[in-house]
Design a protein around this ligand. Sequence first.
Ligand code: FAD
Length: 881
Amino acid sequence: MALTFHRQPLFQATVAPGAKGSGRHRLPRPALGADGGPSVGVPLMGAAVLGAGFCRSQARTARTSKQSKGLNGRGSQVQMFVVNNEISETTSDVHVDSDSADQLVRYMGGNVVVRAVCATELVRKVIGMHKCSPMAGIALGRALLATILLANGRDEGESLQLRIQGDGPIGSIITEASSALTVRGMVGNPAADAPSVPELVGVGSASTLRLTRTHPYWKRPYTGTIGLKCGEIAEDVVQYLGMSEQTPASMGLSVEWDSEAGCIKQAEGWLVTLLPGWDEAEVSVVETNINTFDRMESSGSSRPHDICKHMMRELRGEYQAEQKPTFRCKCSKSRLATAVMMLGKTEVLKILRDKETIEAQCDWCGSPLSLTPEEEVTVGDKGHIIILGAGLVGSLCAVVLLKKGFKVHLYERYQDIRSIPSTGRSINLSVTSRGLRAIKALGGSLYDDIVQNLTTKVMGRIIHMPDGKVLFQRYGKDNTEHNYSVSRIELNKFLLNAAADAGAELHFDHALVESSDFKDHRDVGAELHFRTKNGDLRVNAACPVIACDGAGSRARYALGRSGLTEFSEDLLTRGYKEVLFPKPENPEGFGAKGEDGGEPCDGRFGLHIWPRGDHMLMALANRDGSFTGTFYMDNEGEESFASFSDTPEGRAKCSDFCQKHYSEAIPLVGGLDSLVNQIVQNPTGLLGTVRTSKWAVKGKVLLIGDSCHAMVPFFGQGCNCGFEDTLWLSRLVDEFCCDEGQANLEKCTGDNFAKCFAAVEAARKPSADAICDMALENFVEMRDKTGDAKFQVMKKIENRLENVFPSKFRSRYAMVCYGGEGNVSYANAKELGVVQWQILEKLWDIAGGVSHEQVDTIDMQEAEKLIDLLLNASQCATPTF
Ligand SMILES: Cc1cc2nc3c(=O)[nH]c(=O)nc-3n(C[C@H](O)[C@H](O)[C@H](O)COP(=O)(O)OP(=O)(O)OC[C@H]3O[C@@H](n4cnc5c(N)ncnc54)[C@H](O)[C@@H]3O)c2cc1C
């Protein structure tokens, strides 16, 4: 199929003075095609091309005013429900058309980025919902395509709203898309008709195109507005990109109407953008590709790939990512409730007094919504347990309790992560045998399935020094002691599947709120308040609650509010960003060669660290051979994530920084542009430590995992510690509430759960406190000391002691990671670690300092004496698996 994209007259614009590639460009002007009307089989298309971009203006930022349209102001009958500025709120009415062929792909080559999308099914669905006339459908379809193209690659959580306000018969066209490419749209007058899209839109003196960007972490939305130029949507959007975002761009949008079938036949679009640093040669190649696009031949494979490959001809562009656009409407009872509140106090009180049901219809999707005064349910009984949070710990906990015969009700604030298409981005966790032991202890095939299907081995740290040297620091005494690298989202999906298979009752889109009440006089039970997609829900919990709702735990906040616990949240001034490394050509990758007397290590089996003092880069292998890296640095300051903004200045600064500090890593990440793009575009994650004074309240609630002890990730123990919490909970539930590992209803009393929860807290809190401290210490070790010559030699001496005295000496690292049951707790490891370091310091002093090569000359008799004198040998048994 060869669709012809109709292009509008081309722009000519000036480049920012001094910018690379400055000059004037006029892209070739193709013949103007006629914009088809809703006639039989005529492709109706619109596109615009803007040369190397060249419009410059300051984006206007303004807070969008809260608007609520259509409330009739008289009480119970609400005709329409639109709250336009709330586009970032998460709700859950997701309709994932997993079978649809809709797809967006992105390629990048040099400083050119190309996105192409096919969204026929999505556009057809939205147009069908609004019963649009053919021309209104085409206009809305183009706006949807444009918004999808603009939303791809934005910060996670960011949402865009495109509003085209002309003075033509269609009224306004509003479309929204999130960075996850969930999309919706509507038009003021779906039945409107005109011979062409520009006539339908109508360009008057006050006509505007407005793009509003929101993000949950931003204090306010950012809005850019330009005057409408021609009513061709692609052309106006390109105009906007040039003027408001200083991004040179070219866009083509094609929506073809099949008048026989009375619906959309094909909806496709592309967006070509130039990154700062582009040069004349690149622009001229991409212009040629754009102009020969009409003659593009399809290879028969997915069309977005074909489009990108065409646009990338002679630019050696590479495939970067793909996403699936899906329709999603965010209408919900809680939004309806918000709109109702705007009726005013008297009106709302009357509704409540008369117990009226409020009915409304969503303008975006046409769904009917109704609001009844309050929803309340009772959940649980003897033998039931409520778990809050379906993350790693909550899902594992559910599996453990279900196997014991408990009925588990699992509440999670987000939608089911198993139904979210993977965007290729997820933290890689280092999982150690301490954490895996908990999983193994469950029996069955869970442990083998995880290790065999989800993990890769990690033998030690591979340190990439600023001078280019690459060193290997083994974790354990030999290859039998190693860690595993696993994708957090894949592990979470796996555990959630296991919980679902074991019979957990799953409630997604249920966000616990802080007003929940654990204070009443009962031994067991609480009042849980959830925000759901259908409004607020009050759950009278008639069973114990286990809160695994992560670092920002609302259960912890609720307990804190009622004085049932105290907690601190210490945020690091450093944050992190994900950086993806494509699979290296050499499968052994960027390993240590052992050239400086150290051991060699295959790059696939190391935790790579580029320690650079105030910042560092780390990377762990994925099973497909690629690596997921994490870049840590200050959030604010001269050299910080904040200073590396996605602007020409921010990019230039970031580029200089990367070349100065990470030149060896640049080729591994796919080049400087790829590294800079990822740093400026990926969202910044927060890091911090949570300490909680009391984890348990009677038999009502127990906090475990990050909800009571979130830690910085520098010992790679957060989830290991949470898994170990689960193992202890499992043991103590067995002891107090079960017979032979199965729930005994007679023992499931408030008193027994209270004892069980208190015992978990007593067993785990000292260890959690210790690992939180050690994780902070390891931050300094990884950031500063891994690059320190003396520290490296000390690590080698430590490794030698472990090998010579395997039953007497285990490094602190090994005790933390491998020394679980029957060996040492985190609290013991912390204490013993201090003594061990004293031994290493003494040996260093006795030898008068040693080099790497001289480590073998350390006096082992002296070492043994020190170990016997200072360390308790009973703590040094070999791990049990
Ligand atoms: C950059 C980074 C690297 C890391 N590396 C490692 C590593 O190498 N090794 C390691 O062991 N650990 C690591 N961790 C830590 C690890 O990710 C966490 O310790 C682990 O995910 C904690 O599991 P959890 O289930 O307690 O909390 P989470 O994984 O945060 O899960 C909490 C769940 O509760 C849900 N929830 C939250 N609020 C509510 C609410 N109000 N109502 C209902 N549900 C709610 C959330 O949506 C989520 O599903 C790392 C963390 C970071 C940030």
